[in-house]
Design a binder for this molecule. Structure first.
Ligand SMILES: [Zn+2]
Length: 149
């Protein structure tokens, strides 16, 4: 779905401050570091061996309405919620987690896991003013995977 379509579909219901001009979008991004071990089964190179990464998850949320303070959501509250989801991965051997039972814990699948976990957490939190836009998982300074749906 294009961002503009989504913004238009949000309509004009609910509380909060709307940017002048209508369907503007604001995005917030927080960065959550975590460390984990994995191996990529079937990989022809060294990634097949057990190794670890100091990952960074860049979580971007989007919405079009601000609260009375002019915020989409408080950065601290967003980080806390992200940390709860990502905390399940921190200092784990990812291949052993149920979330990756059906496939390798690649940066791609980790990004999907975080995206879906956070989407569920935001719904549970009742934060109707925002949605997860995308999640980028950086395996190193130069390698990253981004997931959105
Ligand atoms: Zn690796």
């Amino acid at each position: 779905m294009r961002v503009w379509d989504w913004a238009c579909r949000m309509g004009h219901e609910g509380e909060g401050i709307e940017f002048p001009g209508g369907a503007s979008l604001i995005e917030l991004t927080v960065e959550i570091p975590f460390s984990a071990a994995h191996r990529i089964e079937g990989h022809p190179g060294p990634c097949a061996r057990l190794h670890g990464h100091n990952y960074r998850a860049l979580v971007t949320v989007a919405g079009e309405r601000l609260d009375s303070l002019g915020m989409l959501v408080d950065f601290g509250e967003l980080k806390d919620l992200c940390s709860q989801v990502i905390g399940d991965l921190d200092h784990q051997y990812l291949n052993e987690l149920p979330a990756f039972r059906d496939g390798n814990p690649t940066a791609e699948s980790i990004a999907r896991y975080v995206y879906r976990g956070l989407a569920a957490a935001i719904a549970q939190q009742g934060w109707k003013q925002l949605r997860v836009a995308r999640v980028t998982v950086c395996e190193s300074e130069r390698s990253q995977a981004t997931y959105w749906e």
